[in-house]
Structure formats: structure tokens, C-alpha cells
Ligand binder design. Structure first.
Ligand SMILES: NC(=O)C1=CN([C@@H]2O[C@H](COP(=O)(O)OP(=O)(O)OC[C@H]3O[C@@H](n4cnc5c(N)ncnc54)[C@H](O)[C@@H]3O)[C@@H](O)[C@H]2O)[C@@H](O)CC1
Ligand SMILES: Nc1ncnc2c1ncn2[C@@H]1O[C@H](COP(=O)(O)OP(=O)(O)O)[C@@H](O)[C@H]1O
Length: 289
């Protein structure tokens, strides 16, 4: 394992993954946080903003990370991007930050990068820099595509605490030799090769770990096929990781919660509206003493 990881605190873990029939993701159990918890105890998540005029996708991810329970969420990026973000967010914090020359605050517990990032050399640099930090990283969208021609470089920096969330198009670019395989076999082979958790998205979403463990989330709805829906999933997983949920469980629970949003909301669902369903979805999972 290349990266130093922070010790996970079981008392901080309020989400429990449940599997039915061996590998089907079932409704997770959410327990109340400790009475004396504070926001840093619930975890600080960081989402890398896309550049100006491409900030929407990262904002969706940040909103989902906060709503799923991270105690604090910060969008990081350049000044022009943050000026745009500032017109839209309130509870989410903003920090001007250059991942190449600066390091993350030691209290950050999870990072998401890729939504709206752009397929550019800068995105590749930013991803590699984030992967050198001490925290789990969720890679989505352009953070995956940008390594189409240099997948080995990416795989060298990933470990089992990281999660990547490709749709089939992104998957085919990074794993062209598995792209035509049956999805379960493809996702498992990809996780082994990449050395991280792979979430192969679709009507059924497959979650595969490098150790061979896998699960399928069938709890979903075609209303989720809407622009920005995957950015919400990225934020959910990042927010769960920030709360100390282990990466495989965070990916599987995130997929179930995402599906539940689609089922509850139904027709007319847009990604903008998805974070508003998260409290309802979480209440459905809550086990009160
Ligand atoms: N509100 C926003 O600002 C949004 C920004 N987005 C960003 O837009 C950029 C491009 O992302 P896209 O995902 O649209 O495009 P991609 O750059 O991944 O390419 C889409 C191409 O992949 C193919 N493909 C194959 N299988 C697919 C599948 N299962 N789902 C989707 N496409 C598939 C499509 O046919 C299409 O030609 C990313 O940076 C993304 O984060 C999107 O997330 C949508 C919302
Ligand atoms: N037909 C479908 N049924 C169920 N879920 C779907 C369907 N189509 C897409 N989804 C889900 O919606 C999300 C779409 O993500 P993605 O393709 O990355 O879109 P975007 O880049 O616009 O955010 C994924 O989580 C995927 O599993």
C-alpha cells in the first residue's frame, strides 16, 4: 500500500452495508451519530471544482456529499471557478487551492475529483496529486477519461481505499480489453487491475473490489438517466467515505441511496433536485434506539 491511511474510528461509522442473497445491495442501516458529535467528527469532504463555466457537475457532487452527512464540504479550485460557485452555494465552503503546489488540510477525510474537470493535462496532474494525499479519493468522469492513454500511470497511484465510478463509455476508455465482457466479469477484472474499488454504473450498478469481493445494486430507476445524476453518486460516495465508511461499503451504500432517490422521485427528476431527496432517503434507513 503506497499511501498512509488514517485509522478509521468505528464509533464514527453510522452506516452499515446490508447484502441480500449474497451479493445484492439491500437497504443500508443508518444509526444516530453520537450525542456529542461535532462537525469535524462527521468528516470533512473536499470536491475539486471544474473550471469557470464547467462548475455545475462538481457543485452537484458537493451538495450530495454534504446532504449524506459529511460534517463539512469544501469546493476547491481557482478564483474564477470559485467566483461562479459562490453565486450558488451557501453551506458548502470554498477555498482557492492549487493541488499542484499546495497540500490538503490534515483534517480532510475524503476527496472527489473529475465531474466537469475537463480532459486536460491539469486534470491529470491534479488527480495524481490528490492520490498522494492521505485520504480516499473518488475518481469520476474526466478524472477517468484523462488516463485513457496512460492507464498504468493511474493504476500505480491507486489503492483499495480509492473508488472509481465509470459509466460504460468511461470504462471502455480505461479498460478497452474488458469493455465487451459481461459487466460483472469486466468490473471484477478492472478492480483487480486498477487496485481500487470500481463502480461500473448502469441500470444495474456493479461494485467490485481488488480482493475479488463484489456486489450488485439493482435498487434503481430509469429516471436516473439524466445529466448530472452520476455526479450526485460521486458526491454520495465521497460523503460516506468522509464519515469513515470503508470504500467498498461506501460505494455500495452510495449506489443504493442513489437508486432510492430515483425510485422516490420518479418522473421529472433532475440532478438539481436529487440532493433534496437525500434526507427522505436517509430517514427511511434510520434505525432509532
Ligand atoms: N451539469 C453539469 O455541469 C454536467 C456536467 N457533466 C460533465 O460533462 C463532461 C462529459 O461527461 P459525459 O458523461 O457527458 O461524456 P463523456 O465525455 O464521458 O462521453 C460521452 C460519450 O460516451 C459514450 N457512452 C458510452 N456509454 C455511455 C454511458 N453508459 N453513459 C454515458 N455515455 C456513454 C456516449 O455515447 C458519448 O459518446 C464530464 O466532465 C462530466 O462531469 C455531466 O456530468 C453532466 C452534467
Ligand atoms: N436506465 C437506468 N436505470 C437506472 N439507473 C441509471 C440508468 N441510466 C443511468 N443510471 C444511473 O444514473 C447515473 C448516470 O451517471 P453518468 O452516466 O455518469 O451521468 P452524468 O455524467 O450525466 O452524471 C449512474 O449512477 C447510473 O447508474
Amino acid at each position: 500500500m503506497g499511501k498512509h491511511r488514517q485509522k478509521r474510528h468505528d464509533e464514527r461509522m453510522t452506516f452499515k452495508l446490508q447484502l441480500a442473497d449474497g451479493n445484492s445491495v439491500a437497504q443500508p442501516v443508518l444509526t444516530m451519530p453520537a450525542k456529542d458529535i461535532h462537525k469535524y467528527g462527521r468528516g470533512h469532504a473536499v470536491v475539486m471544482s471544474g473550471p469557470a463555466l464547467k462548475t455545475g457537475a462538481s457543485r452537484l457532487a458537493a451538495r450530495a456529499a454534504l446532504a449524506v452527512g459529511a460534517g463539512l464540504v469544501t469546493l476547491i479550485g481557482d478564483r474564477a471557478a470559485l467566483d461562479e460557485q459562490a453565486a450558488h452555494v451557501t453551506a458548502i465552503m470554498l477555498k482557492e487551492f492549487d493541488p499542484v503546489s499546495e497540500s490538503l488540510d490534515g483534517r480532510v477525510k475524503a476527496v472527489a475529483i473529475g465531474p466537469g474537470a475537463g480532459v486536460t493535462p491539469e486534470t491529470q496532474q491534479h488527480v495524481l496529486k490528490m492520490l498522494q494525499a492521505h485520504v480516499p479519493v473518488v475518481l469520476d468522469a474526466d478524472a477517468i477519461t484523462v488516463f485513457s492513454e496512460s492507464s498504468q500511470l493511474l493504476f500505480k497511484h491507486l489503492d483499495q481505499n480509492d473508488v472509481m465510478t465509470p459509466h460504460h463509455g468511461e470504462f471502455s476508455r480505461l479498460f478497452p480489453d474488458f469493455a465487451d465482457d459481461e459487466p460483472l466479469a469486466a468490473a471484477c477484472a478492472a478492480a483487480r487491475r486498477a487496485g481500487c474499488v470500481v463502480v461500473l454504473k448502469g441500470p444495474n450498478t456493479i461494485i467490485a473490489a481488488p480482493c475479488g469481493k463484489w456486489a450488485i445494486n439493482r435498487h434503481s430507476s430509469p429516471w436516473l438517466a439524466t445529466a448530472g445524476s452520476g455526479d450526485i453518486l460521486t458526491g454520495l460516495i465521497c460523503g460516506l467515505l468522509a464519515q469513515g465508511v470503508p470504500s467498498f461499503d461506501a460505494a455500495a451504500i452510495g449506489a443504493w441511496l442513489h437508486g432510492d432517490i430515483g425510485i422516490r422521485a420518479g418522473p421529472g427528476l433532475t440532478a438539481d433536485a436529487m440532493p433534496d431527496y437525500i434526507p427522505l432517503v436517509l430517514r427511511g434507513c434510520l434505525q432509532e434506539d
